[in-house]
Design a protein around this ligand. Structure first.
Ligand SMILES: Cc1cc2nc3c(=O)[nH]c(=O)nc-3n(C[C@H](O)[C@H](O)[C@H](O)COP(=O)(O)OP(=O)(O)OC[C@H]3O[C@@H](n4cnc5c(N)ncnc54)[C@H](O)[C@@H]3O)c2cc1C
Length: 480
């Protein structure tokens, strides 16, 4: 039986941010996740935008937490060594109807305490984004909408949590929870049983199923699928800002955004479904993206797509963030409904949940040894010539390029495999360092990454996973 003060179920953005936040206190923290790596489910397939909350529903907990989180990212990204850029967003109007909505959207931003949204003339909009449709009649500028590396944010939260004493139990699914005298007394997993003074359910898409284990059936999570295109870095039509469509009553619409690594993403769709495992892209979804984003930037080259992906938003019924404690279950915190803003709000949500835990008796003594700084793996691609030479001098493996599309060296891959949260699969390497995310999508570097993973973990190539046990990539040698 494993003992801990706080057990967090789910190693996505929310669970990992919370784990890091809790290490600021004298508490023992354990995170379990059924996946083999941190990074969650929704947290690795989103728009990668750090929202301002300008368009949230005023007065809601979601508005409060998103608006509070945005300003935290300058320091957080610096402390955790995560790529983050305040590129800003524009919201252009192309018809009279859309133009008439601008004052209401601006008023909404004020109601959400986002005071830096400004009107822009068509000339100014075209100056900022020359490829915007010339039909533009005016729009809004939201300067603090930002982009981040969502994979590295979660990895960095987790690594910093581990450096400050938290433990992670990956590849471990929570199967049931036992209640005694109004508390969760034991958590049954596919591994060892866990006894925790406090349990936090941060399982997102699956948090209704975890909640049911302790008799809480007052909400339901419905997956809302969002599909995307990723365009090649060398596409001929560039954009500099996040370009947002005017929302309708049904949907926020499909946007264009630069990614932190220089690609462009187009999407997402918003389709409700039942199947929490259905992450397929669809012809109709992708076609609707093309039609909609071409209204914003008519000559965007969708034919320069190098990848399509989709993610499932953990949408809650009843809607909204539900961060709850219960009188009849005194050591349990429920985190539900973070749907389409949880990457952003993870920073403030971690503090909000920590206060909830303190309110139900968690030790609130500060950990005076807490170190907020996490140093990432040096990025060979972004280093200057002299820095590259120094890296190679210290470790010759940095001079051996494995992924030519993204210029990823063997040194970086080996480092990632031996970090405090080790990258143990091809996808784990890809999310941290980007081999396989370029134009060839791993066709060239894939076999080399498998060889390095096998060598460094002392396993055979046949045992190297794409992401989960069973997702093996090679079966046997065809030639000696
Ligand atoms: C299409 C799309 C676009 C989005 N765009 C943005 C955006 O631009 N900006 C933004 O801020 N947010 C965005 N979001 C929302 C954001 O991605 C999510 O709100 C956030 O990632 C949720 O984080 P999480 O940690 O709660 O969930 P997840 O990342 O899903 O993590 C939950 C974890 O719980 C684990 N788990 C589940 N069941 C069990 C079990 N029984 N035992 C053990 N572990 C379990 C899962 O394996 C998973 O790792 C978007 C989401 C989608 C889908």
């Amino acid at each position: 039986m494993i003992q801990t003060d706080v057990l967090i179920i789910g190693a996505g953005a929310v669970g990992c941010a919370l784990a890091r936040e809790l290490t600021k206190y004298e508490v023992d923290v354990l995170v379990v996740d059924k996946n083999e790596d941190v990074g969650g489910v929704a947290s690795k397939s989103n728009s990668a935008i750090i929202h301002t909350g300008y368009d949230a529903s005023p007065g809601t907990l979601e508005s409060q937490l998103v608006v509070a989180a945005n300003p935290m990212y300058d320091k957080l990204a610096q402390d955790l060594d995560v790529p983050f850029q305040r590129v800003g967003a524009i919201l252009p109007a192309f018809s009279d109807d859309q133009f008439e909505q601008l004052p209401f959207l601006k008023l909404k931003s004020l109601q959400n305490n986002v005071y830096d949204v400004e009107y822009l003339t068509p000339e100014k909009l075209l100056d900022l984004e020359p490829n915007l449709s010339p039909e533009v009649k005016g729009g809004l500028y939201i300067p603090r909408e930002s982009i981040i590396d969502p994979f590295l944010l979660v990895v960095a939260y987790a690594e910093n949590a581990v450096e400050n004493g938290a433990r992670f139990l990956l590849g471990t699914k929570v199967l049931d929870m036992v209640q005694e005298e109004g508390t969760v007394s034991r958590v049954i997993t596919t591994g060892e049983e866990i006894q925790a003074k406090f349990v936090v359910n941060a399982a997102a898409l699956y948090c209704d199923e975890i909640a049911k284990m302790v008799g809480k059936t007052d909400y339901k999570i419905n997956p809302r699928k969002g599909e995307f295109y990723v365009l090649d870095r060398n596409t001929t039509v560039d954009i500099n800002h996040i370009i947002l469509p005017i929302p309708t009553k049904q949907t926020k619409g499909k946007l264009l955004a630069p990614t932190i690594h220089g690609n462009i993403i187009c999407g997402p769709t918003a389709d409700d479904g039942e199947d929490k495992l259905d992450a397929d892209t669809t012809a109709t979804g992708l076609q609707s993206i093309e039609e909609d984003v071409k209204r914003l930037v008519p000559n965007i080259r969708i034919s320069d797509t190098i990848k399509q992906y989709s993610g499932l938003r953990p949408n809650c019924e009843p809607a909204g963030y539900h961060i709850e404690t219960y009188d009849d279950l005194t050591n349990y915190v429920n985190v539900a409904g973070v749907r389409s803003t949880g990457l952003t709000s993870s920073a403030s949500l971690a503090k909000y949940i920590t206060e909830k835990l303190k309110s139900i008796g968690m030790n609130s003594n500060f950990n005076l040894k807490f170190n907020p700084i996490r140093k990432g793996i040096p990025v060979f691609r972004d280093a200057s010539k002299s820095e590259q030479e120094e890296l190679i001098k210290q470790n010759p493996l940095y001079g051996h390029i494995i992924c030519r599309c993204e210029t990823v060296s063997e040194g970086e891959i080996v480092d990632a495999i031996h970090r405090s949260i080790p990258a143990r699969s091809v996808d784990a390497i890809k999310r941290r360092l980007r081999p396989g995310t370029g134009r060839c999508q791993g066709g060239f570097c894939g076999p080399r990454v498998i060889e390095i993973l096998a060598r460094e973990q002392n396993i055979s190539p046949e045992e190297v996973m794409l992401n989960q046990p069973g997702s093996y990539m090679v079966s046997s040698k065809t030639r000696e």
